[in-house]
Design a protein around this ligand. Structure first.
Ligand code: CO
Length: 146
């Protein structure tokens, strides 16, 4: 079958990220009412967000609070209001994945990976390529990194 490629490079749905105005207020629902465990709250200066990571078994939900109104998530909130900001697929080899997508003409935001939350290497695919949803690819930091 043409266009078929090996699926070994995709791990799973890594997370769904939701843009919120205030992490603590949002945690009232996700943690106190829904009962999810908040694993971590992390400042990711590079992307202008504070991130709460909520455990959901083999995947997680991330709540994103902008550090400033002119950050990407800040702009998203002012244009569209709170809601799903992106979904993220975990991959074993992000460079291979990006090269493959580029070769096939997919519209990427990042041609090279950058460092995201938790030290993972990440890159974004443009919503125009995906049916309107910002798609993040993430290669987790190896456990034994030094
Ligand atoms: Co993400």
């Amino acid at each position: 079958m043409t266009g078929k490629q090996d699926n070994d490079n995709r791990l799973r749905l890594d997370h769904v990220a939701i843009a919120v105005r205030n992490l603590e207020e949002s945690l009232l629902f996700y943690r106190e009412q829904l009962g999810l465990k908040c694993l971590d709250i992390e400042m990711v200066e590079e992307q202008g967000v504070r991130v709460a990571k909520l455990d959901l078994g083999n995947t997680h939900i991330e709540l994103l609070e902008p550090l400033s109104p002119d950050s990407p998530v800040g702009k998203f909130l002012s244009q569209r209001g709170p809601g799903i900001h992106h979904i993220c697929i975990g991959v074993r080899d992000i460079r291979k994945e990006l090269a493959c997508l580029q070769e096939k003409g997919a519209q990427l935001i990042d041609r090279q990976p950058k460092i995201g939350a938790g030290g993972a290497e990440i890159a974004f695919v443009h919503p125009r390529a995906t049916g309107g949803v910002l798609l993040e690819l993430s290669q987790p930091e190896p456990e034994t990194s030094g």
